[in-house]
Design a protein around this ligand. Structure first.
Ligand SMILES: Cc1cc2nc3c(=O)[nH]c(=O)nc-3n(C[C@H](O)[C@H](O)[C@H](O)COP(=O)(O)OP(=O)(O)OC[C@H]3O[C@@H](n4cnc5c(N)ncnc54)[C@H](O)[C@@H]3O)c2cc1C
Length: 297
């Protein structure tokens, strides 16, 4: 089913992101995580697309398995990195052949060996061009990325939202946000998006923290601020992993609770290929979704 059809029916969507493991040996563990996540009845699971090389094939393999074996709706990410329009058309054909109906269209981050994103010859320079191409090619439901604190390369939030509007004008059906830890950033971003004429659903995404070093690195890479209360608490418990995880769950639950009171179309969680903490958060949130799916103990 297309994600836009779920959203148009005013269906609140619960979703999780997973990524293809770098090591072959970690695939069994990823599929066990996916099985656990499916037990809490999400509306879709999204699968990231690597900056290059073999993990790209893995995106298709994992997304196809989620859709066709696990019978769970899926959102396959796709980027412009190192791809010509012809390469992209082939991947979209594979998505279609595997019954994948939803694509998250991204420009992508540059591969490790490159400092900045380079528009590939015969390819696309920005996500709006990719959205346009996908729209012309086939009947996918298309999501795009939005940045509550502004994209790290954008001169300011206003310019970034103008660029977000280009993606929507090109045919994007919905927006999933970058992680953020201060809901006011999300509300401001949503208000500004609406003021600029963006009328598609904006789904906030939550990152449950379970490792202090890891979140400091991720937050600085994507330009997300850690509010001082969160930062100070994490600093205090940084070498006690259980306490970091406990506080991470509490923080993500409280952040989600407040968002749920503020008219959001869905909630997306960056699972980092782990199920335990997101299952705990969903249980603590008492989403109506639990009525139809018992939460595993
Ligand atoms: C929900 C989510 C999922 C993600 N999944 C992946 C993934 O699977 N794989 C991966 O590699 N990365 C992923 N990313 C990271 C993303 O690829 C990076 O943030 C990347 O740097 C920007 O991608 P974008 O699609 O937002 O690019 P764009 O929308 O192209 O924006 C990139 C920058 O260019 C500016 N810009 C946009 N359009 C134009 C234009 N037409 N003219 C001039 N300037 C413009 C924007 O303001 C922004 O600063 C994800 C991010 C999010 C939020």
């Amino acid at each position: 089913m297309k994600i836009i059809d779920m959203l148009l029916k005013d269906q609140f969507t619960l979703s999780f992101e997973v990524f293809p493991p770098v090591r072959e040996g970690n695939f069994d563990s990823l599929y066990s995580t996916i099985e656990e996540l499916i037990k809490i009845n999400p509306h879709f699971i999204s699968v990231t697309y690597g900056a290059g090389g073999s993990t790209r094939d893995k995106t298709v393999e994992i997304a196809s398995r989620i859709k066709n074996e696990f019978r769970q709706e899926v959102l396959a990410h796709l980027t412009c990195v190192q791809a010509t329009a012809e390469d992209t058309a082939k991947i979209l054909d594979t998505f279609k052949a595997k019954n994948i109906e939803n694509v998250l269209a991204l420009r992508g981050d540059p591969p490790k060996e490159e400092k900045a994103f380079l528009k590939p010859e015969g390819g696309f320079g920005h996500a709006n061009e990719l959205v346009e191409f996908i729209k012309m090619k086939d009947n996918f439901s298309i999501g795009v990325a939005g940045y509550p604190e502004g994209h790290i390369e954008a001169p300011n939030l206003d310019v970034d939202i103008t660029n977000l509007k280009r993606k929507v004008d090109a045919g994007a059906d919905f927006i999933i946000t970058q992680l953020f830890f201060n809901n006011d950033d999300f509300y401001r971003f949503r208000d500004l998006s609406i003021a600029k004429g963006i009328r598609v659903p904006i789904i906030p995404a939550i990152f449950p923290i379970f490792n202090y070093k890891q979140i400091s690195k991720i937050a600085s890479l994507c330009g997300a601020k850690l509010p001082s209360k969160l930062h100070d608490k994490l600093c205090k418990v940084s070498n006690k992993s259980e306490e970091v995880e406990k506080y991470g769950i509490e923080y993500a639950t409280s952040q989600s609770e407040k968002l749920l009171d503020n008219n959001i179309p869905g909630l997306h969680f960056y699972s980092m290929n782990r199920s335990r903490h997101v299952i705990q958060i969903i249980r603590d949130l008492h989403l109506p979704i639990q009525k139809s799916a018992p939460i595993p103990e």
